[in-house]
Design a protein. Structure first.
Lengths: 466, 99
């Protein structure tokens, strides 16, 4: 009889994971703290055309790129003369499961089937669960989705409750848990019990799948406008969205800046039972975005394929109130009702567009489906029922967990820039923790790539820590 | 009373408060890690009984039988006047720009 205690199971993590992802990560380890990221991404042996073909089989991709002319007009009216870039949105809600996550799920499910697994397991409270369930339904594989859903009072976050419904609609088995990081323990136990494939968000498959999103943006901008976009804004949580999109843009030779955007949930503890239902965003927030950017390997695989600091040109936060405001604005001015989490990058783009010349263009690279539970009215009504103070005012006065401050006027939407060097230093410190000797050339090169910085920055940060 | 073969929802405790992961904050450490799942009931039972269910993927799991819990009750939520006001505000701004 195997020891199923928390500590014992976590101790078997590496062997369970190796069996569940069909990939031996030790192959990519280099000497010291470095590993060969490029070799890991190449291991599945799939190029962009092959990835697109797999996704076409699942009716995924080729979503429309839509110009938001009225929102652009509003941004221009608030911007100095001659400023106000054209704002476009990639309508990823058109994918079968209602979000860009379908792209990530398709390659995971395709790989699971090809390698002969009978089913897939995924740990997610968000759109990814629905995406995996949708692809598994089409592929004829069993699917189990593990969600963190309820607090200890049994109160479910409405967006997550909706996601459970959607997963069940696609035939998945949904395992719902109360709050806590031990979700990972339950997840490992499931992988061990079932022998199913780990449809992690962080394997090379899950990131390669997003490359088509970046590539489609480059192609569509060229076909529709005869030019490349200047900025592509990606909502950032675990970092996969930004990583894959940037890789897809680069593969097409598109040099648009890749900008990350997260909802500011500063001060809220992501593992807190009492604070769980005091936030209105279950993803796309700084509670994931910051720690995953500064330490990608905290994910559920030995080496994460999502390494956003390598590709991030800048990183902005917006508030919950700003995102709800833009979500309603998208419906009111463009006739597009979409989910709030997909509009985090729209809120940032609305602010950034006002700082760009009018002849430039900025692309918001996703939308998500909306409906009962997920709709911004549902989220605001739930927040109010949990005692959150919802009012008009200056969104910068918002205190996550206590208030949601809706902008008094659209000019109050002001994305706030994060200091990327702070995240870079944090990554270098974590990677070199316990390291006392001289860093090898290979390690220095690796860390410089990890942080998209020069070698002097790596050395001076490392030197400070000694 | 539920009959063998009914689609039901069960509840169980995965980790008791003393067994929680060392890194969880104090409010979370005080409460158990709970689990809810649905499946086909393996024998007649009444709510509160310890039962076995066969899940969608064919796994046999044990837990306490719950009354109901099968309805989807999430909605678009109670009326939030601020949502209407945002719509009015941005439509009015756009009209003033166009004129």
């Amino acid at each position: 009889m195997k020891d199923m205690s928390y500590q014992a199971l976590m101790g078997r993590k590496n062997e369970i994971m190796k069996a569940a992802v069909g990939l031996d990560y030790s192959r990519f380890e280099l000497s010291g703290l470095a590993f060969n990221y490029e070799a890991m991404m190449a291991a599945p042996g799939l190029d962009l055309a092959q990835i697109a073909a797999v996704q076409r089989d699942y009716a995924i991709g080729n979503t429309p790129l839509i110009e938001l002319k009225n929102i652009t007009a509003l941004a221009r009216a608030l911007a100095p003369s001659g400023m106000g870039a054209r704002i476009f949105v990639k309508d990823e809600a058109c994918n079968p499961s209602g979000s860009f996550k379908a792209r990530r799920a398709a390659l995971s499910v395709y790989t699971a089937r090809k390698l002969g697994y009978k089913g897939v397991v995924t740990a997610t409270s968000g759109n990814y669960g629905a995406a995996v369930a949708s692809c598994a339904a089409k592929a004829g594989l069993n699917c189990i989705v593990v969600q963190e859903c309820f607090d200890s009072r049994g109160v479910g976050q409405p967006e997550i409750v909706e996601k459970a419904r959607k997963c069940e609609a696609f035939g998945a088995e949904v395992l719902q848990l109360s709050v806590g990081p031990e979700l990972f323990y339950v997840f490992l136990r499931l992988l061990e019990d079932t022998g199913y494939f780990n449809a992690s968000l962080y394997t090379p498959y899950a990131i390669l799948g997003i490359q088509t999103l970046g590539a489609e943006i480059a192609k569509q901008c060229r076909a529709q406008l005869g030019r490349d976009p200047d900025i592509v804004v990606c909502t950032n949580a675990g970092g996969g969205n930004l990583t894959g999109t940037a890789q897809g843009l680069k593969a097409l030779g598109c040099h648009a800046q890749t900008v990350a955007a997260s909802v500011n949930l500063k001060g809220l503890h992501m593992a807190s039972d009492e604070q769980f239902n005091r936030k209105s965003f279950t993803t796309g927030h700084t509670g994931f975005g910051m720690p995953f950017a500064s330490w990608p390997d905290r994910s559920d695989v030995p080496r994460s394929a999502a390494r956003p600091l390598r590709y991030m040109d800048s990183y902005y936060t917006v508030t919950q109130g700003e995102v709800f405001f833009m979500t309603e604005t998208l419906a009111a001015l463009e006739g597009m009702e979409r989910g709030p989490a997909g509009n985090i990058s729209l809120a940032a783009a609305f602010s950034l567009a006002q700082t760009m010349p009018a002849n430039q263009m900025i692309v918001v690279q996703e939308t998500e489906y909306t409906g009962a539970g997920k709709h911004h009215n549902a989220q605001l009504a739930f927040a109010r029922s949990q005692g959150i103070d919802i009012r008009f005012g200056d969104p910068q006065d918002e205190i996550p967990g206590q208030s949601i401050v809706l902008p008094q006027a659209p000019e109050m939407i002001q994305a706030q820039k994060i200091d990327l060097d702070h995240l870079r230093r944090s990554l270098i410190r974590k990677a070199t923790e316990g390291h006392t000797g001289v860093l090898s050339d290979q390690e220095i090169t690796y860390l410089a790539r990890e942080c998209n910085c020069d070698q002097d920055f790596v050395l001076s940060t490392y030197g400070e820590g000694l | 009373m539920a009959s063998k073969g009914d689609w039901v929802r069960i509840h169980s405790v995965v980790l008791e408060p003393g067994q929680r992961a060392p890194q969880v904050p104090e409010d979370t450490a005080r409460v158990p890690l709970e689990l809810w799942i649905k499946g086909y009931l393996q024998a007649d039972a009444k709510p509160g009984d310890q039962v076995r269910v066969l899940t969608r993927t064919g796994r046999l799991l044990e837990g306490k039988l719950l009354e109901g819990g099968l309805d989807y009750t999430h909605s678009f939520g109670a009326y939030v006047p601020e949502v209407t006001q945002i719509g009015e505000m941005v439509r009015a701004r756009l009209r003033s720009i166009e004129s």
